[in-house]
Ligand binder design. Structure first.
Ligand code: IFM
Length: 457
């Protein structure tokens, strides 16, 4: 087992160690204090969408157990907590009245963090779109971008003075492709045209959100969290290599391009541009406002080969088999070098600001035995990926922090509660939390910071 103190020596003293969650995955209390339904409430209550028809009604009951959970975070010894704010608590119908009680909850959360000396990293959108906005087309409607702008301004006006960083969106890849093209996430669309509209509206909302945040709090560091994909070709063939390049543009370039270069990738535009919504004058400037930081959520590489079938739609790829023989319980290949390859590749392609690894972790479903959870494979996964992160720092990349996903087991979207990513175990019958072996280990590591007495690797 890697000694946490030895690993700590490889990070600078100001490196931030934190834990992450998202509102819909942990809060529960979906009908309390004025919250109205989100698209995930509707989606999870439909048969056939989420494993076991699990929903977010109770989740980890975090809304009612806030103080206890803040104590838990503090007991882990981490310096920062990344959480998301639920739009349907703040502006329950998406547009229209602001719900003071919703803002009060996040006031308590942020104050509770400050009182415990923990930094607050907030995300404004982690997939819980107010359901009322679906009536206008949800993320396919340009009006949703302006609704998001207002929500961002409202949330930051109230909470921004105590935040240490804010992200507009978490993993727009999921709320665009996974939700509108692949049909796995809410609203469950499988339609390229809808997805292309959702893509541009989301990018626009990000840009409008950045401006709204800065209009309220010019000094608050603003970023965007992307689950960039390291796209490897399934073979050395020219066709597979070209497929991997197309996949890079389709899965990464459509966000990194607009945000960091002010343009969609050429390959993507020539294949699908004619199906995109109108890009209005000023949109690309709005989207590409400079950011203070960006967040990478990394779990597993993407391996692709060329799809030779006639009429295959861009990026025209098929999944290629994993290379590593280790997979987590959700079936994701464990391959830590991809994290390094990805950071190097993205920094070569774009001028990127400081980077936080805003999510990294592994799904292992072992339970409590004799009061303990022995999740050694998760511990190994985190240690290995932190080793790669330390290598990147040594190479000069501006890696500023790492957030373990997740603080605790939670609602894993279409997989419901059966897939567990927490470094803390949650018994969903009793809501008892048990710090896992990985959580103890991570706490020992995080407890070494901030000290300012570590050499840079
Ligand atoms: O649980 C999710 C999280 O909401 C976003 N990033 C990936 C995690 C694991 O699937």
């Amino acid at each position: 087992m890697i000694d946490p103190k030895t690993l700590a020596e490889r990070f600078p003293g100001d490196f931030v160690f934190g834990v992450a969650t998202a509102a819909f995955q942990i809060e529960g209390a979906t009908n309390l204090d004025g919250r109205k339904p989100s698209i995930w409430d509707a989606f999870s209550n439909m048969p056939g969408r989420v494993f076991g028809r699990h929903n977010g009604d109770v989740a980890c009951d975090h809304y009612n157990r806030l103080e206890q959970d803040l104590d838990l975070i503090q007991s882990l010894g981490v310096e920062a907590y990344r959480f998301s704010i639920a739009w349907p608590r703040i502006i329950p119908e998406g547009t229209g009245p602001v719900n003071e009680k919703g803002l009060d909850f996040y006031d308590r959360l942020v104050d509770g963090l400050k009182a415990r000396g923990i930094k607050a990293f907030a995300t404004l959108y982690h997939w819980d779109l107010p359901l009322m906005l679906a009536g206008n087309g949800g993320w396919t409607a340009r009006s949703t971008a302006y609704a998001f702008q207002r929500y961002a301004k409202t949330a930051i006006a109230r909470l921004g003075d105590r935040l240490d960083a804010v992200a507009t969106f978490n993993e727009p890849w999921c709320s665009v492709w996974l939700s509108h093209l692949y049909g796995i996430h809410a609203p469950g669309e499988r339609n390229m045209d809808a997805a292309l509209y959702a893509l541009h509206v989301t990018n626009l909302a990000h840009g409008l959100g950045v401006a709204a945040i800065r209009s309220e709090r010019p000094d608050l560091p603003v970023g965007l969290v992307l689950n960039a994909h390291q796209t490897y070709a399934g073979s050395d063939s020219a066709a597979d290599q070209a497929a991997a390049a197309r996949a890079f543009d389709f899965h990464n370039g459509i966000f990194f391009g607009p945000v960091f270069k002010g343009e969609y990738p050429e390959s993507f535009l020539s294949a699908l541009g004619h199906r995109m919504p109108q890009i209005e004058p000023g949109d690309m400037e709005t989207i590409s406002q400079p950011l203070d930081w960006w967040g990478l959520n990394y779990y597993t590489p993407m391996r692709v080969s060329h799809d030779p079938s006639e009429g295959a739609v861009f990026p025209a790829t098929l999944p290629a088999p994993p290379v590593a023989d280790v997979q987590t319980d959700i079936g994701w290949e464990v391959y830590a070098p991809a994290l390094g390859d990805l950071i190097r590749k993205l920094n070569a392609a774009y001028a990127l600001p400081d980077c936080y690894i805003t999510e990294n972790g592994a799904c292992y479903n072992m339970g409590v035995e004799n009061g303990m959870v022995d999740d050694q494979p998760r511990l190994d996964y985190i240690a290995e990926h932190l080793g790669v992160t330390a290598d990147l720092i040594g190479e000069g990349y501006p890696m500023r922090g790492y957030f373990a996903w997740s603080l605790m087991d939670n609602f894993e979207w279409a997989e419901g509660y059966r897939m567990r990513f927490g470094i803390v175990h949650v018994d969903y019958d009793t809501q008892v939390r048990t710090i896992k072996k990985s959580g103890q280990w991570y706490g020992e590591l995080a407890g070494q910071f901030p000290k300012g007495n570590h050499r840079t690797a």
